[in-house]
Design a protein around this ligand. Structure first.
Ligand SMILES: NC(=O)c1ccc[n+]([C@@H]2O[C@H](COP(=O)([O-])OP(=O)(O)OC[C@H]3O[C@@H](n4cnc5c(N)ncnc54)[C@H](O)[C@@H]3O)[C@@H](O)[C@H]2O)c1
Length: 270
């Protein structure tokens, strides 16, 4: 079985028109990979193509990850254009803020459909290509710190992201015989993406604080004393695409500056 360097990969990135997905696309394209960005937002897709298209091998696809037909069509387009697919990055995501009593069924369904059913449907559509080609296929799901710890006001998001960790581990077991690894990157909040802005706006509305106060407060709560960046997330994804991570599968990696793994002890240095 041959190794597949990140730079040689043929990659489908869901939610690839914005935020983490777009940054992952940019990084892989710069390294010579063949990239398909799939997104439901056609305006963002157009803008992304204008910014990314610098002669690299870029395919832009209108994709709704909640639709099995759309997921299969995106994978089919990758096969047609690239001759196959080695890698799937499930980055498409939405969030919804409401207390328990005010969550409408339609809001719950939308979040769980995009954030959990989406990675399932796209993995199901891509798996035959990832398994068949003997090039060490990879799936990387974008989870969240909310995939590891309960948070109020975002019940549907938490439930869906915990589900993504379960999906990651179960798929890792199912696809291991084909040397396909399945891992998950779980970042804390990054304010500079589309979702990051949505979360920031909600925090501003809920607390009345200014942006700087909020960002300073979140950084202070992180053991490494800074907020996460898009680059932190891209680096973790790139690690899971590298040969160096070939023996890792079913991992849900915290990209959180130690937030979920450590606890301050009074009287010790913070
Ligand atoms: N930014 C953060 O603070 C943060 C933290 C932890 C995890 N995440 C996760 O990172 C992932 C990427 O989010 P982001 O922060 O880059 O936000 P983003 O809004 O910039 O990107 C998400 C993209 O998903 C697309 N999308 C939404 N519904 C879709 C659908 N049905 N089909 C296809 N595409 C769809 C959106 O159009 C958007 O382009 C999400 O899964 C999110 O849950 C974000």
């Amino acid at each position: 079985m041959s190794n597949t360097k990140a730079i040689e990969r043929r990659v489908l990135i869901t939610g690839g028109a914005s935020g983490f997905g777009l940054a992952i696309a940019e990084t892989l394209l710069a390294q010579g990979a063949q990239i398909a960005i799939g997104d439901i937002d056609s305006d963002r897709l157009r803008e992304a193509v204008q910014n990314l298209d610098k002669g690299g091998d870029l395919l832009s696809l209108e994709l709704d990850v909640t639709s099995p037909v759309s997921a299969k069509a995106a994978v089919g387009a990758c096969q047609e254009t690239f001759g196959g697919l080695d890698t799937l990055i499930n980055s498409a995501g939405v969030i919804h803020f409401a207390p328990l009593a005010e969550i409408r069924e339609s809001d719950w369904d939308r979040v769980v459909d995009v954030d959990l059913k989406g990675p399932f449907l796209c993995s199901q559509a891509a798996a035959p290509l990832l398994c068949e080609n003997g090039r060490r296929g990879r799936i990387v799901n974008i989870g969240s710190d909310a995939a590891k710890i309960g948070c109020p006001m975002i019940l549907s998001y938490c439930a869906a992201k915990f589900g993504v960790v379960g999906l990651t581990k179960a798929l890792a077991a199912e696809l291991a015989p084909y040397e396909v690894t399945v891992n998950c990157v779980c970042p804390v909040g990054v304010s500079t993406t589309g979702m990051g802005q949505t979360v920031l706006d909600w925090k501003i509305g809920a607390t009345g604080q200014k942006i700087d106060e909020i960002l300073t407060g979140t950084a202070a709560g992180i053991p490494l004393k800074r907020n996460a960046t898009v680059a932190d997330v891209v680096n973790a994804v790139m690690f899971f695409l590298s040969d160096e991570s070939a023996f890792l599968t079913g991992v849900a990696l915290d990209v959180d500056g130690g937030l979920l793994s450590t606890m301050p002890v009074p009287g010790t240095k913070e």
